[in-house]
Write a protein that binds this ligand. Structure first.
Ligand code: GAL
Length: 736
């Protein structure tokens, strides 16, 4: 065991010999600074230091100039990290081998029996990765579950309570116990001796279990590995998020409902939707415009089309007065007619995409030109952008050239491969920084992310449309500080439509992305019929169900907002797989279709065309959010969920503050809370209270509101000096 307790986190350099005196000496040397220390078997010098509380950096050889942490990291919340429990690694840190070879770097990490691994970014296809080979490369297409994803991360976490993060932007392969190296232990292969497969199924099932993770970083002449300690898996994730600057807190309106109108919408059709939501009393905070707002969109001009939007300023003003925020679609490839094209020429890569320039967002000049121009759009009233096509989407199709090639060169010195892995993050940061400088929070959509993005107020989305893997992606996103929106578009049936809507209501961003639908999909979820305006016979009834579900999102808004405050200050993901909360329940290691929301809620979305599903309840007692039915933990139940209900369950002991739904959220909104207390007479809950739109909370301008149920009533107490009052208690119900 290798203790890390009390280690100063600036520099800690262990000696190889494990004599206790040597251990003491190593701490002393550590204080003196960066001195090269130990030699590993491969003869490579490894420098170790505790870079932040509970995070050890191993560094070998000549590290690349552009690394994810170097480019995107660097703002750790060290005090919050100090508050996490101290932990030991389940192996000696010197058992992690880091070697520089002719091919590149090879990292070898021990893997114990029964250990399971999670992460690699926002994966769709696998939950536990043990026994697989993963290449977390940025791409829109998961392509046979190779590890390709919109948000790849060279980072995994283990059920043994530690995480391994390889700080590289190179395409990296992880063999997660999928392969056995012959020199490592000849006996490892014995289990397979003499087996003859006589069916293809047996053949494919015949996997040699390895007890090492091998990490291959071709081309690297040196590498950094961050080893994150637990003790529990959830602590590793918290530490990672805090190392990344803490989780984001979206603006309050961002947690409302967003509707993206059809790609070719014109000013009048946008007005039509704006009126529709208000007249039908369907809450809506954000209207998103798709490519057609611009004069050119593949590549982008970033100039309003006067033809489709003859008075866009007037429109933005009208929408603002009606309580709407407006979000604009774009991507980063700059059209010849764009006002910033010429200025960007010296600061762009040497390949075009759709004839558009690719800004080198590593350069301050490129960020400034792009950012300054976008600021003019923001000042006109744009509350956010949807940053599309930044995810290397040419891997899966030989004929498509929707991205710059890996061999591209950028003036900063980075090549196309490493730029791909960083591009979406650099792009979103360029846009997010505009809002930060204006002291306004945005909630952006983006299609590519990676490491160290926890603190950015942005949500991933995708064109892939498999509901089950969307739910799994929601769980997987939580291991690496990513937020995911399982957006709703068309559907094959009413079940399919409402189950998807329920899932997105219970996700970081409640969005319908109707970019190819003329009318709201609850009126007609078949794409062709929707286009022709042929509404379903049940359109009125389905509209009422959709309204009810979106209302429920608004009811949950204060609760969700607080979950994001916890994300920021403690690093705990607001949406996360159950195994983070119940690490002792081994059964949860493979549950990726249920997840926790905040402290007390569990979602179990339906994703088949059936009105019921099996739900597994972890230890304790749980209540059905819709019916108050009780469930005993440690068991599975078949649960029915109607179209106008949520697949949501409440932990006993919870005080759930449900807001009366409002049509949209603004700075004046006061939430009237109807509290529900489950299975107890006494319970408390906390709510984060601030203006909901600025970063003033970072300098202490907020309150923590405590609701306390006692004697059949709910008392309200506040700490903090913020004069705002966003919450009032309007009633209380005790459920048992
Ligand atoms: C796609 C994007 C869609 C939609 C579309 C518009 O790339 O994923 O959500 O915005 O572009 O052309």
């Amino acid at each position: 065991m290798h203790a890390l307790r009390g280690v100063p986190y600036l520099t800690y350099i262990p000696l190889r010999n494990k004599h206790p005196m040597n251990k003491l000496l190593s701490y002393a040397i550590g204080l003196l600074g960066f001195l090269a220390s130990s030699c590993q078997e491969a003869g490579t010098t490894v420098v170790q230091e505790e870079m932040a509380p509970g995070v050890i950096r191993l560094s070998v050889g000549e590290v690349d100039r552009f690394t994810p942490y170097g480019v995107l990291g660097g703002n750790p919340m060290t005090e919050a990290m100090e508050r996490l429990p101290k932990a030991e690694l389940p192996f000696d840190i010197d058992d992690i081998l880091v070697e520089v070879k002719d091919r590149g770097c090879l990292i070898t990490v021990p893997l114990a029996d029964g250990e399971q691994l999670y992460g690699f970014g926002m994966q769709y296809g696998t939950f536990g990765h043990r026994g697989t080979r993963k290449r977390p490369i940025v791409n829109d297409n998961p392509l046979n579950d190779l590890g390709y994803t919109h948000a790849p991360q060279t980072f995994y976490v283990s059920t043994k309570g530690y995480g391994i993060l390889v700080n590289t932007a190179r395409y990296t392969t992880f063999l997660c116990g999928s392969n056995t190296k012959i020199s490592q232990n000849a006996r490892d292969t014995e289990g397979n001796k003499g087996q003859i497969a006589d069916t293809p199924a047996q053949l494919y099932a015949n996997r040699a279990g390895g007890n090492k993770v091998f990490i291959d970083v071709p081309g690297a002449k040196g590498i950094e590995v961050f080893v994150l300690t637990g003790p529990e898996l959830a602590d590793v994730v918290k530490r990672y998020n805090l190392l990344s600057g803490g989780g984001c807190i979206p603006p309050m309106w961002g947690l409302g409902f967003k509707y993206r109108v059809k790609g070719d919408a014109v000013q009048d059709s946008v007005y039509r939707f704006a009126r529709y939501f208000r007249e039908k009393h369907i809450p809506c905070d954000v209207l998103g415009l798709e490519p057609g707002w611009q004069t050119a969109s593949y590549s982008c001009s970033y100039r309003w089309s006067d033809e489709r939007f003859p008075n866009h300023r007037g429109m933005l003003d009208t929408l603002r007065r009606a309580g709407y925020k407006v979000n604009l679609w774009e991507h980063a490839y700059v059209h010849p007619s764009s006002p910033i094209r010429e200025a960007l020429e010296p600061y762009a890569g040497d390949f075009l995409v759709w004839n558009g320039l690719v800004p080198d967002f590593l350069l301050p000049e490129a960020r400034q030109i792009f950012g300054d121009y976008h600021r003019t759009l923001v000042e006109e009233g744009i509350s956010g952008f949807k940053l599309d096509e930044c995810d290397n989407s040419n891997i899966a199709y030989g004929s498509a050239t929707w991205c710059f090639p890996d061999l591209a060169q950028f003036p900063s010195g980075i090549d196309g491969e490493q730029m791909h892995q960083l591009f979406g993050s650099l792009y979103v940061n360029t846009i997010d920084d505009i809002y930060r400088r204006m002291n306004v929070r945005a909630y952006l959509d983006y299609r590519s992310s990676g490491l160290f993005m926890s603190s950015r107020s942005a949500v991933l989305y995708s064109d892939t449309y498999d509901h089950k893997s969307y739910i799994q992606a929601l769980c997987n996103a939580a291991f690496g500080g990513l937020l995911w929106c399982p957006e709703v578009r068309e559907a094959r049936s009413a079940d399919d439509f409402f189950h998807r809507l329920q899932t997105v209501i219970l996700s970081p961003q409640a969005m319908v992305n109707a970019w190819y639908l003329q009318y709201a999909p609850w009126l007609q979820f078949d794409r062709g019929k929707n286009e022709r305006g042929e509404f379903l016979p049940q359109a009125g009834q389905y509209e009422a169900c959709a309204r009810r579900l979106i209302d429920m999102r608004m009811q949950l808004l204060p609760y969700l907002y607080h979950a994001f405050y916890v994300y920021r200050t403690e690093g705990l993901p607001p949406f996360r797989p159950l195994l983070m909360d119940y690490p002792q329940d081994g059964r949860l290691q493979s549950v990726s279709d249920q997840y926790m929301i905040g402290a007390d809620l569990m979602a179990a979305p339906l994703y088949e065309d059936r009105p019921t599903r099996k739900v597994y309840f972890p230890e304790g007692v749980w209540y059905n959010f819709n019916t108050n039915e009780r469930y005993e933990g440690g068991r599975e139940y078949e649960v029915a969920v109607g179209f106008d209900q949520l697949p949501l369950f409440v932990r006993r002991g919870a005080l759930l503050p449900l807001a009366e739904p409002v049509p949209y959220v603004d700075e004046q909104t006061v939430f009237k809370l109807r509290c529900r207390v489950y299975g107890t007479d006494e319970a408390t809950c906390r709510l984060f209270e601030d203006d909901g739109v600025t970063y003033d909370y970072e300098t202490g301008d907020f309150n923590i509101v405590t609701l306390e149920a006692v004697d059949g009533k709910v008392r309200v107490a506040r700490t903090g000096d913020c004069p705002l009052r966003r919450y009032e208690v309007a009633g209380c119900e005790f459920v048992d």
